[in-house]
Design a protein. Structure first.
Length: 108
């Protein structure tokens, strides 16, 4: 599910007989639950709105999903090889990694 840029993942709790979920694309914790699909969707949207209201009341900026920054720690040899491949392709390392990721994600 997606609402205002926030993505919710839902799972079934068979023992409790409920659907429960959490927002997966930020570090802050936003959870929600419901007994039906409609309830869990409504609960998801209400939880996101509550989170945004809470941040506004505190004068804080809510965490934004996907800032466009992606820090990756690599073994030195892999970093070196990626840098070389980027230069051989006439691209920056960021441009080359973006292209490789796009190719990998589109081949799924």
């Amino acid at each position: 599910m997606e609402y205002k840029g926030y993505i919710g993942k839902v799972e079934l709790d068979e023992e409790a007989g409920i659907l429960h979920g959490e927002v997966i694309n930020i570090r802050d914790v936003i959870t929600f639950e419901g007994a039906t699909v409609e309830e869990v969707q409504r609960s998801f949207q209400e939880s996101v709105d509550d989170y945004l209201d809470f941040c506004a009341q505190r004068g804080e900026s809510p965490e934004k999903p996907f800032s466009g920054r992606f820090l990756v720690r690599l073994p030195a040899e892999l970093h070196r090889n990626a840098f070389i491949q980027a230069k051989l392709a006439g691209k920056s390392l960021n441009g080359w990694v973006t292209e490789v990721l796009q190719t990998a994600l589109h081949s799924r």
